[in-house]
Structures are given as C-alpha cells and as structure tokens.
Design a protein around this ligand. Structure first.
Ligand SMILES: [Zn+2]
Length: 257
C-alpha cells in the first residue's frame, strides 16, 4: 500500500461520487494498492478490505478517528474519538487466493461457507430488495445432510428435500455467529456512553462511510483552496494540488492578509 497524492484523492472522490459504498471502497483501494489486481481486491473478505481501508485512512488523515454519535435515549450528540490502532484486529496481511471457508454442523446438515466479499456487497447494493438471506445464500458453498440414509441402488433417489424454515434460520444464526470470529474486522463495535443521561450502547463503526465523509470534507476544503490560490496567482489546479500542504497553507495565509 502507498499513500495517495492530493490529485489522486480528488480523482477517487470524483469517480466515487455516483457509486454505492462498496464501489467507493474498491476505488480507494485500487488507487492505493497497485499490488492487487482490481478483481483480487473485490475478492478480499469485508474484514480484510476494512483492515486495508483503516491503514489507508491513517496514512491519509492520521491516526486519530473523531466523529459524532447520537444517543438513542436522549438524542444528545456524543463526541467519539479513538485511535485507528484501537479498532485494528490484526492478523496476517491479506493475499490473493481462494477465499477461506469454514465448516459447521447444524441440525444434521454439514454446511460450508465463506466470509462475504465486495462482490457480494455490490450485488446487494444493486438490488435493494435483496435481503440478508441473499447474502447468506451467496456465501454458502455447500449444504449436505450428514449420514444420508443408505438406499438400495435400484431405488430411485429423491431430489434433495427443501430445508425447513427452522433449519434455515438455525443455519443463518450459526453462520452469523461464526463470521464474527472468522472475519472480525468486518464488524467493529464501539462501546459508547452518553455524558448527558448515562445511557450506554454499542454501535457498529462503518469505516467506508466514515472514510468517505472525511474525504468529502477534505475535498471541499481543497477545492476552496484551489479557487483562492488560482484567483490570486493564476496558477493551474494541478500546480496548486502538487504543492506540499504546508506551502499551500503559507500562500493561503498571505492571500488572506
Ligand atoms: Zn443520552
């Protein structure tokens, strides 16, 4: 992974404008991780993707993460601040390859599944009616009855019986629970407390939404700076963006008086 220049960040921001969040995440990583083919980036698990995004966030905006949450009880705004390192799960760096799978036995069925990746999230983003079951169906590699009854060879085998709703729910719950351990970086929970009413709650930290909000705020600041300096000095956008941040700041202060 490498850091992105101001020009590259603005390009990604402009390209991602009309994209759903999973597409934005892939644009950021495609620019910063030339060691991965785009198709390989899309095959990383959501947790692997989020680990890379967290590292890119640190390189781009620094180690500190600050934001605002709303108390579910009294609706007060609660400031939150932590280091990116605090929510890093760790583990080996992601590699391109077949997705890791896990096997569970649930209600007499052996199920093999993999963790969701960006292709799964993009498919869901494209079809808003698709529910969580669709994601589960995409990630199930196989479902087979354990110890099927021995049938005489001449008996015609019946087609597979459909799973009962209860069994399907049990499989969904078991996979959900296993995924939290299999791909922990995909679900980062923050423990929050409201200073106004002492309410305590947990909230999921969405690195893609957070990164994109920060990037948008940064892009707006940057475009204003370009406008001010281009108006004052007649420099071109590319020249202004290529300046180190501290020199841009210096000229801005002089223009501002
Ligand atoms: Zn509160």
């Amino acid at each position: 992974m490498r850091g992105l220049s101001a020009t590259e960040l603005l390009d990604v921001w402009a390209q991602g404008h009309a994209q759903p969040p999973p597409g934005r995440a892939l644009l950021l990583l495609a620019a910063a991780c030339p060691e991965f083919e785009p198709a390989a980036l899309a095959r990383l698990t959501v947790g692997q993707r989020d680990g890379l995004l967290l590292a890119l966030y640190e390189q781009t905006f620094g180690p500190r993460v600050t934001g605002v949450a709303v108390c579910p009880r009294c609706a007060a705004e609660v400031e939150l601040a932590f280091d990116a390192a605090d929510i890093r799960v760790g583990g080996p760096p992601p590699e391109d390859g077949p997705p890791p799978t896990q096997t569970l036995i649930v209600e007499g069925y052996e199920i093999v599944f993999r963790a969701p990746d960006s292709n799964d999230l993009l498919a869901l983003a494209a079809d808003e009616a698709a529910a969580r079951e669709t994601l589960l169906a995409r990630c199930l590699v196989s479902v087979a009855a354990v110890d099927p009854p021995n049938l005489a060879p001449e008996v015609e085998l019946p087609g597979p019986a459909p799973l009962s709703a209860g069994t399907q729910a049990a499989i969904a719950a078991a996979v959900d629970a296993a995924l939290a351990e299999m791909d922990p970086q995909a679900e980062v929970e923050l423990n929050l407390a409201c200073p106004a009413c002492d309410q305590q709650w947990q909230a999921l930290f969405d690195i893609v939404a957070f990164f994109w909000d920060e990037l948008t705020a940064w892009a707006h600041r940057m475009l204003r700076q370009v406008h001010v300096l281009a108006s004052a000095y007649g420099w071109r956008e590319a020249e202004i963006l290529a300046l180190p941040a501290w020199r841009r700041q210096y000229y801005l202060e002089m223009v501002g008086g």
